[in-house]
Design a protein around this ligand. Structure first.
Ligand code: SR1
Ligand code: MG
Length: 403
Protein backbone atom coordinates (compact mmCIF):
# COMPACT_ATOMS: atom_id res chain seq x y z
CA UNK A 1 0.00 0.00 0.00
CA UNK A 2 1.48 3.42 -0.93
CA UNK A 3 0.44 6.86 0.34
CA UNK A 4 -1.06 9.08 -2.34
CA UNK A 5 1.35 11.12 -4.41
CA UNK A 6 1.45 11.90 -8.13
CA UNK A 7 3.54 9.20 -9.77
CA UNK A 8 6.74 9.74 -11.71
CA UNK A 9 7.20 7.91 -15.01
CA UNK A 10 9.67 5.55 -13.30
CA UNK A 11 7.25 4.74 -10.44
CA UNK A 12 4.57 4.04 -13.04
CA UNK A 13 6.84 1.40 -14.57
CA UNK A 14 7.35 -0.33 -11.21
CA UNK A 15 3.60 -0.47 -10.61
CA UNK A 16 2.95 -1.69 -14.15
CA UNK A 17 5.18 -4.70 -13.44
CA UNK A 18 2.79 -5.76 -10.65
CA UNK A 19 -0.12 -6.24 -13.07
CA UNK A 20 -0.34 -9.94 -13.74
CA UNK A 21 -0.40 -11.42 -17.22
CA UNK A 22 0.57 -8.37 -19.29
CA UNK A 23 4.36 -7.98 -19.50
CA UNK A 24 6.99 -10.74 -19.65
CA UNK A 25 9.20 -11.05 -16.55
CA UNK A 26 12.07 -8.53 -16.62
CA UNK A 27 10.71 -6.64 -19.67
CA UNK A 28 12.47 -3.32 -20.45
CA UNK A 29 9.41 -1.14 -19.97
CA UNK A 30 9.10 2.42 -21.20
CA UNK A 31 6.84 5.03 -19.63
CA UNK A 32 5.51 8.34 -20.96
CA UNK A 33 3.04 10.73 -19.35
CA UNK A 34 0.61 11.54 -22.16
CA UNK A 35 -2.33 13.14 -20.31
CA UNK A 36 -3.71 15.98 -22.39
CA UNK A 37 -7.13 16.15 -20.74
CA UNK A 38 -8.37 18.61 -18.16
CA UNK A 39 -8.05 16.57 -14.98
CA UNK A 40 -5.63 13.64 -14.75
CA UNK A 41 -2.19 12.16 -15.32
CA UNK A 42 -2.08 9.38 -17.92
CA UNK A 43 0.93 7.09 -18.27
CA UNK A 44 1.45 4.97 -21.38
CA UNK A 45 3.58 1.97 -20.45
CA UNK A 46 5.02 -0.08 -23.28
CA UNK A 47 7.30 -3.04 -23.81
CA UNK A 48 8.77 -2.54 -27.31
CA UNK A 49 10.13 -6.11 -27.35
CA UNK A 50 6.78 -7.88 -26.86
CA UNK A 51 4.56 -5.09 -28.19
CA UNK A 52 2.50 -5.25 -24.97
CA UNK A 53 1.25 -2.07 -23.35
CA UNK A 54 -1.19 -0.61 -20.84
CA UNK A 55 -2.57 2.69 -19.63
CA UNK A 56 -2.38 4.01 -16.06
CA UNK A 57 -4.68 6.90 -15.24
CA UNK A 58 -4.07 8.76 -12.00
CA UNK A 59 -6.32 11.44 -10.56
CA UNK A 60 -4.62 14.48 -9.06
CA UNK A 61 -6.35 16.25 -6.14
CA UNK A 62 -7.22 19.32 -8.21
CA UNK A 63 -8.45 20.22 -11.70
CA UNK A 64 -5.26 20.03 -13.76
CA UNK A 65 -6.60 22.49 -16.34
CA UNK A 66 -6.95 25.22 -13.69
CA UNK A 67 -4.41 24.29 -11.01
CA UNK A 68 -4.31 23.65 -7.27
CA UNK A 69 -6.73 26.53 -6.61
CA UNK A 70 -9.51 24.16 -7.80
CA UNK A 71 -9.43 21.14 -5.44
CA UNK A 72 -11.12 18.00 -6.73
CA UNK A 73 -11.80 14.74 -4.94
CA UNK A 74 -9.64 11.69 -5.68
CA UNK A 75 -12.80 9.60 -5.24
CA UNK A 76 -13.43 10.25 -8.93
CA UNK A 77 -10.86 7.55 -9.68
CA UNK A 78 -12.97 5.01 -7.73
CA UNK A 79 -16.10 6.18 -9.53
CA UNK A 80 -14.37 5.87 -12.91
CA UNK A 81 -12.95 2.39 -12.32
CA UNK A 82 -16.21 1.04 -10.85
CA UNK A 83 -18.24 2.61 -13.67
CA UNK A 84 -15.94 1.06 -16.31
CA UNK A 85 -16.32 -2.37 -14.71
CA UNK A 86 -20.11 -2.04 -14.53
CA UNK A 87 -20.35 -0.70 -18.09
CA UNK A 88 -18.28 -3.63 -19.33
CA UNK A 89 -20.77 -6.01 -17.70
CA UNK A 90 -23.77 -4.21 -19.19
CA UNK A 91 -22.32 -3.39 -22.63
CA UNK A 92 -19.44 -5.84 -23.13
CA UNK A 93 -16.55 -4.79 -25.34
CA UNK A 94 -17.53 -1.12 -25.54
CA UNK A 95 -15.19 0.16 -22.80
CA UNK A 96 -11.53 -0.61 -22.00
CA UNK A 97 -10.87 -3.56 -19.68
CA UNK A 98 -9.80 -2.51 -16.18
CA UNK A 99 -6.81 -4.56 -15.00
CA UNK A 100 -6.42 -3.07 -11.54
CA UNK A 101 -7.56 -0.19 -9.33
CA UNK A 102 -5.40 1.23 -6.53
CA UNK A 103 -7.54 3.34 -4.18
CA UNK A 104 -4.55 4.78 -2.28
CA UNK A 105 -2.95 6.12 -5.43
CA UNK A 106 -6.30 6.98 -7.11
CA UNK A 107 -4.99 4.92 -10.00
CA UNK A 108 -6.80 2.87 -12.64
CA UNK A 109 -4.75 0.51 -14.77
CA UNK A 110 -6.46 -0.47 -17.98
CA UNK A 111 -6.29 -1.71 -21.55
CA UNK A 112 -4.27 0.43 -23.95
CA UNK A 113 -6.35 1.60 -26.90
CA UNK A 114 -3.53 3.17 -28.92
CA UNK A 115 -4.67 1.27 -31.99
CA UNK A 116 -7.79 3.50 -31.83
CA UNK A 117 -8.01 7.25 -32.33
CA UNK A 118 -9.88 9.82 -30.23
CA UNK A 119 -13.05 10.35 -32.24
CA UNK A 120 -12.86 14.15 -32.05
CA UNK A 121 -9.46 14.06 -33.80
CA UNK A 122 -10.77 11.73 -36.49
CA UNK A 123 -13.84 13.87 -37.14
CA UNK A 124 -11.69 16.99 -37.46
CA UNK A 125 -9.79 15.21 -40.23
CA UNK A 126 -13.07 14.44 -41.96
CA UNK A 127 -13.02 10.72 -41.09
CA UNK A 128 -16.36 8.93 -40.77
CA UNK A 129 -17.02 6.02 -38.43
CA UNK A 130 -19.59 3.58 -39.83
CA UNK A 131 -20.00 1.60 -36.58
CA UNK A 132 -20.16 4.52 -34.19
CA UNK A 133 -23.92 5.16 -34.18
CA UNK A 134 -24.65 1.45 -33.74
CA UNK A 135 -22.11 1.02 -30.93
CA UNK A 136 -22.75 4.20 -28.99
CA UNK A 137 -26.50 3.58 -29.00
CA UNK A 138 -25.95 0.03 -27.77
CA UNK A 139 -23.69 1.42 -25.04
CA UNK A 140 -26.21 4.08 -24.00
CA UNK A 141 -29.32 1.92 -24.25
CA UNK A 142 -27.83 -0.90 -22.18
CA UNK A 143 -25.98 1.12 -19.53
CA UNK A 144 -28.86 3.56 -19.07
CA UNK A 145 -31.76 1.10 -19.22
CA UNK A 146 -30.25 -1.51 -16.91
CA UNK A 147 -29.32 1.04 -14.24
CA UNK A 148 -32.73 2.76 -14.31
CA UNK A 149 -35.92 2.01 -12.37
CA UNK A 150 -37.24 0.53 -15.61
CA UNK A 151 -34.62 -2.21 -15.83
CA UNK A 152 -33.11 -2.70 -12.39
CA UNK A 153 -34.48 -3.84 -9.06
CA UNK A 154 -35.48 -0.53 -7.53
CA UNK A 155 -33.99 -1.20 -4.09
CA UNK A 156 -30.68 -2.23 -5.64
CA UNK A 157 -30.82 0.86 -7.82
CA UNK A 158 -30.89 3.05 -4.71
CA UNK A 159 -27.64 1.44 -3.54
CA UNK A 160 -26.07 2.32 -6.88
CA UNK A 161 -27.35 5.89 -6.58
CA UNK A 162 -25.53 6.09 -3.24
CA UNK A 163 -22.34 4.54 -4.61
CA UNK A 164 -22.15 7.05 -7.43
CA UNK A 165 -22.82 10.26 -5.53
CA UNK A 166 -20.26 12.50 -7.24
CA UNK A 167 -20.63 16.05 -5.89
CA UNK A 168 -17.32 17.59 -7.06
CA UNK A 169 -17.64 16.46 -10.65
CA UNK A 170 -21.35 17.30 -10.80
CA UNK A 171 -20.52 20.78 -9.52
CA UNK A 172 -18.18 21.28 -12.49
CA UNK A 173 -21.05 20.51 -14.86
CA UNK A 174 -23.58 22.54 -12.85
CA UNK A 175 -21.29 25.59 -13.12
CA UNK A 176 -19.67 25.17 -16.53
CA UNK A 177 -22.73 23.92 -18.43
CA UNK A 178 -25.75 25.23 -16.55
CA UNK A 179 -24.68 28.57 -15.10
CA UNK A 180 -21.47 30.26 -16.30
CA UNK A 181 -22.43 30.83 -19.96
CA UNK A 182 -25.44 32.86 -18.83
CA UNK A 183 -23.64 35.21 -16.43
CA UNK A 184 -20.40 37.15 -16.03
CA UNK A 185 -17.72 35.03 -14.38
CA UNK A 186 -13.96 34.58 -14.56
CA UNK A 187 -14.58 30.97 -15.53
CA UNK A 188 -15.85 32.04 -18.95
CA UNK A 189 -13.48 32.05 -21.86
CA UNK A 190 -14.45 33.46 -25.25
CA UNK A 191 -12.98 35.67 -27.90
CA UNK A 192 -13.59 39.42 -28.02
CA UNK A 193 -14.99 38.99 -31.55
CA UNK A 194 -18.11 37.28 -30.19
CA UNK A 195 -18.68 39.58 -27.19
CA UNK A 196 -22.08 40.61 -28.63
CA UNK A 197 -23.22 36.99 -28.89
CA UNK A 198 -21.95 36.20 -25.37
CA UNK A 199 -23.78 39.26 -24.01
CA UNK A 200 -26.96 38.08 -25.76
CA UNK A 201 -26.77 34.81 -23.82
CA UNK A 202 -26.80 36.79 -20.58
CA UNK A 203 -29.86 38.82 -21.55
CA UNK A 204 -32.19 36.22 -23.01
CA UNK A 205 -35.00 35.47 -20.55
CA UNK A 206 -36.59 32.78 -22.73
CA UNK A 207 -33.24 30.98 -22.87
CA UNK A 208 -32.69 31.32 -19.12
CA UNK A 209 -36.02 29.67 -18.34
CA UNK A 210 -35.17 26.64 -20.49
CA UNK A 211 -31.64 26.36 -19.07
CA UNK A 212 -33.07 26.61 -15.54
CA UNK A 213 -35.46 23.73 -16.28
CA UNK A 214 -32.64 21.62 -17.70
CA UNK A 215 -30.36 22.51 -14.78
CA UNK A 216 -33.10 21.38 -12.37
CA UNK A 217 -33.26 18.02 -14.18
CA UNK A 218 -29.48 17.63 -13.98
CA UNK A 219 -29.61 18.36 -10.24
CA UNK A 220 -32.59 16.21 -9.31
CA UNK A 221 -33.56 13.61 -11.89
CA UNK A 222 -31.84 10.35 -10.84
CA UNK A 223 -33.06 8.34 -13.84
CA UNK A 224 -29.99 6.22 -14.56
CA UNK A 225 -26.25 5.89 -14.06
CA UNK A 226 -24.86 8.29 -16.65
CA UNK A 227 -21.43 8.33 -18.22
CA UNK A 228 -21.69 12.03 -17.45
CA UNK A 229 -19.17 13.41 -19.97
CA UNK A 230 -19.94 11.60 -23.21
CA UNK A 231 -18.28 13.93 -25.71
CA UNK A 232 -16.26 12.78 -28.72
CA UNK A 233 -13.04 13.16 -26.70
CA UNK A 234 -14.37 10.39 -24.43
CA UNK A 235 -14.67 7.94 -27.33
CA UNK A 236 -11.90 5.96 -28.99
CA UNK A 237 -12.73 4.67 -32.47
CA UNK A 238 -11.54 2.77 -35.47
CA UNK A 239 -13.67 2.13 -38.55
CA UNK A 240 -15.02 -1.00 -36.88
CA UNK A 241 -14.61 -0.50 -33.14
CA UNK A 242 -15.88 1.93 -30.50
CA UNK A 243 -14.61 2.21 -26.93
CA UNK A 244 -16.05 4.66 -24.43
CA UNK A 245 -13.54 5.98 -21.87
CA UNK A 246 -13.35 8.44 -18.96
CA UNK A 247 -16.57 7.98 -16.95
CA UNK A 248 -15.25 9.97 -13.97
CA UNK A 249 -18.32 12.25 -14.18
CA UNK A 250 -20.62 9.23 -13.70
CA UNK A 251 -23.59 9.82 -11.39
CA UNK A 252 -27.32 9.17 -11.33
CA UNK A 253 -28.84 11.80 -13.59
CA UNK A 254 -31.22 12.41 -16.49
CA UNK A 255 -30.77 9.97 -19.39
CA UNK A 256 -31.04 12.71 -22.01
CA UNK A 257 -27.82 14.23 -20.72
CA UNK A 258 -25.70 11.40 -22.18
CA UNK A 259 -27.65 11.24 -25.44
CA UNK A 260 -27.51 15.03 -25.74
CA UNK A 261 -23.74 15.04 -25.16
CA UNK A 262 -23.16 12.79 -28.17
CA UNK A 263 -25.45 14.89 -30.38
CA UNK A 264 -23.83 18.14 -29.17
CA UNK A 265 -20.37 17.04 -30.13
CA UNK A 266 -21.45 16.03 -33.63
CA UNK A 267 -23.06 19.46 -33.93
CA UNK A 268 -19.87 21.18 -32.75
CA UNK A 269 -17.90 19.33 -35.40
CA UNK A 270 -20.57 20.29 -37.96
CA UNK A 271 -20.10 23.96 -37.04
CA UNK A 272 -16.29 23.69 -37.30
CA UNK A 273 -16.25 21.77 -40.60
CA UNK A 274 -16.79 24.94 -42.64
CA UNK A 275 -13.07 25.47 -42.07
CA UNK A 276 -11.65 21.93 -41.94
CA UNK A 277 -13.19 20.84 -45.25
CA UNK A 278 -12.97 23.59 -47.85
CA UNK A 279 -14.29 21.84 -50.95
CA UNK A 280 -18.06 22.63 -51.04
CA UNK A 281 -19.20 19.21 -52.21
CA UNK A 282 -16.94 17.38 -49.73
CA UNK A 283 -18.18 19.71 -46.98
CA UNK A 284 -21.82 19.02 -47.85
CA UNK A 285 -21.09 15.28 -47.91
CA UNK A 286 -19.39 15.26 -44.51
CA UNK A 287 -22.00 17.48 -42.92
CA UNK A 288 -24.60 15.11 -44.36
CA UNK A 289 -22.81 12.26 -42.61
CA UNK A 290 -22.83 14.16 -39.30
CA UNK A 291 -26.55 14.89 -39.61
CA UNK A 292 -27.25 11.28 -40.53
CA UNK A 293 -25.34 10.28 -37.39
CA UNK A 294 -27.48 12.59 -35.24
CA UNK A 295 -30.60 11.02 -36.76
CA UNK A 296 -29.24 7.48 -36.26
CA UNK A 297 -28.23 8.18 -32.69
CA UNK A 298 -31.71 9.14 -31.66
CA UNK A 299 -33.60 6.57 -33.74
CA UNK A 300 -31.35 3.65 -32.84
CA UNK A 301 -31.25 4.64 -29.18
CA UNK A 302 -35.04 4.95 -29.09
CA UNK A 303 -35.47 1.55 -30.76
CA UNK A 304 -32.95 -0.25 -28.54
CA UNK A 305 -34.13 1.32 -25.30
CA UNK A 306 -37.75 0.38 -26.11
CA UNK A 307 -36.71 -3.18 -27.02
CA UNK A 308 -34.85 -3.60 -23.71
CA UNK A 309 -37.91 -2.25 -21.91
CA UNK A 310 -40.24 -4.68 -23.74
CA UNK A 311 -38.04 -7.63 -22.85
CA UNK A 312 -36.61 -6.74 -19.44
CA UNK A 313 -38.89 -4.13 -17.87
CA UNK A 314 -39.12 -4.74 -14.10
CA UNK A 315 -41.90 -2.37 -13.07
CA UNK A 316 -45.48 -3.64 -13.40
CA UNK A 317 -47.11 -0.25 -13.86
CA UNK A 318 -44.41 1.31 -16.03
CA UNK A 319 -44.64 -1.78 -18.27
CA UNK A 320 -48.40 -1.90 -18.54
CA UNK A 321 -49.77 1.67 -18.33
CA UNK A 322 -50.96 2.44 -21.86
CA UNK A 323 -49.04 5.37 -23.33
CA UNK A 324 -46.41 5.59 -20.57
CA UNK A 325 -43.54 4.34 -22.70
CA UNK A 326 -44.28 6.81 -25.51
CA UNK A 327 -44.45 9.72 -23.09
CA UNK A 328 -41.22 8.62 -21.40
CA UNK A 329 -39.35 8.34 -24.70
CA UNK A 330 -40.69 11.69 -25.89
CA UNK A 331 -39.44 13.33 -22.74
CA UNK A 332 -35.99 11.71 -23.24
CA UNK A 333 -35.91 13.13 -26.78
CA UNK A 334 -36.80 16.60 -25.53
CA UNK A 335 -34.20 16.40 -22.76
CA UNK A 336 -31.54 15.20 -25.21
CA UNK A 337 -32.24 18.16 -27.50
CA UNK A 338 -32.13 20.66 -24.63
CA UNK A 339 -28.98 19.19 -23.08
CA UNK A 340 -27.32 19.06 -26.50
CA UNK A 341 -27.96 22.78 -26.88
CA UNK A 342 -26.49 23.54 -23.43
CA UNK A 343 -23.41 21.47 -24.22
CA UNK A 344 -22.84 23.28 -27.50
CA UNK A 345 -23.13 26.72 -25.89
CA UNK A 346 -20.73 25.91 -23.02
CA UNK A 347 -17.99 24.85 -25.46
CA UNK A 348 -18.06 28.29 -27.12
CA UNK A 349 -18.22 30.69 -24.18
CA UNK A 350 -17.42 28.56 -21.10
CA UNK A 351 -14.15 27.44 -19.53
CA UNK A 352 -13.44 24.35 -21.56
CA UNK A 353 -13.61 24.33 -25.35
CA UNK A 354 -13.29 21.80 -28.17
CA UNK A 355 -10.54 21.45 -30.76
CA UNK A 356 -13.10 21.15 -33.59
CA UNK A 357 -13.58 24.92 -33.27
CA UNK A 358 -10.71 26.29 -31.15
CA UNK A 359 -8.00 24.93 -33.43
CA UNK A 360 -9.35 26.65 -36.53
CA UNK A 361 -6.37 28.90 -37.30
CA UNK A 362 -8.14 31.58 -39.30
CA UNK A 363 -9.87 34.08 -36.97
CA UNK A 364 -12.75 34.83 -39.35
CA UNK A 365 -13.45 31.13 -39.96
CA UNK A 366 -13.30 30.49 -36.23
CA UNK A 367 -15.71 33.29 -35.48
CA UNK A 368 -18.13 31.99 -38.13
CA UNK A 369 -18.01 28.53 -36.54
CA UNK A 370 -18.52 29.93 -33.04
CA UNK A 371 -21.51 32.00 -34.13
CA UNK A 372 -23.04 29.06 -35.98
CA UNK A 373 -22.60 26.82 -32.93
CA UNK A 374 -24.22 29.42 -30.67
CA UNK A 375 -27.12 29.87 -33.08
CA UNK A 376 -27.73 26.10 -33.18
CA UNK A 377 -27.16 25.63 -29.45
CA UNK A 378 -29.51 28.38 -28.31
CA UNK A 379 -32.18 27.31 -30.82
CA UNK A 380 -32.04 23.70 -29.59
CA UNK A 381 -32.37 24.87 -25.99
CA UNK A 382 -35.37 27.08 -26.77
CA UNK A 383 -37.03 24.35 -28.82
CA UNK A 384 -36.48 21.38 -26.51
CA UNK A 385 -39.89 21.16 -24.82
CA UNK A 386 -41.71 21.55 -28.15
CA UNK A 387 -39.93 18.66 -29.86
CA UNK A 388 -41.84 15.68 -31.24
CA UNK A 389 -39.12 14.17 -33.42
CA UNK A 390 -35.39 14.32 -34.03
CA UNK A 391 -36.14 15.72 -37.51
CA UNK A 392 -37.14 19.02 -35.95
CA UNK A 393 -33.76 19.30 -34.24
CA UNK A 394 -32.06 18.45 -37.54
CA UNK A 395 -34.06 21.19 -39.27
CA UNK A 396 -32.70 23.63 -36.69
CA UNK A 397 -29.14 22.67 -37.61
CA UNK A 398 -29.78 22.86 -41.38
CA UNK A 399 -31.51 26.20 -41.22
CA UNK A 400 -28.88 27.80 -38.97
CA UNK A 401 -26.17 26.66 -41.39
CA UNK A 402 -28.14 27.94 -44.39
CA UNK A 403 -28.38 31.51 -43.00
C1 SR1 B 1 -12.55 21.58 -15.28
S1 SR1 B 1 -13.00 20.24 -16.25
C2 SR1 B 1 -13.62 20.85 -17.72
C3 SR1 B 1 -14.34 19.87 -18.55
O1 SR1 B 1 -13.52 18.77 -18.87
C4 SR1 B 1 -14.28 17.56 -18.82
O2 SR1 B 1 -14.09 16.77 -19.93
C5 SR1 B 1 -15.72 17.98 -18.65
O3 SR1 B 1 -16.39 18.15 -19.88
C6 SR1 B 1 -15.56 19.26 -17.92
O4 SR1 B 1 -16.69 20.07 -17.98
MG1 MG C 1 -12.57 13.27 -19.59
Amino acid sequence: MSAYHPLTEQEAIEIARTVEGIFPEGAALQSREIGDGNLNLVFHITDPASGKSLIMKQAVPYAKVVGESWPLTLDRARIESEALILQNELAPGLVPTVYKYDADLALTIMEDLSDHIIMRHGLIKGESYPKFAEDITTFMAKTLFFTSDLGKNQQDKKLLVKNYVNPDLCKITEDLVFDDPYTVTDNNNYEAAIEDAAAALREDGELHLEVALLRAKFLTSAQALLHGDLHTGSVFVTKDSTKVIDPEFAYYGPIGFDVGAVIANLVLNYAGQGHWIQDPSELAKFRGYLIESVRDIWTKFDLKFRALWDEHGVDRLFNSAAGYKDLYMKSLLQDAIGFAGCKVVRRIVGLSHVADIDRIPDAADRERAQRLALEIGTSLIKFNRKADSIEEAIDIVWSAAAK
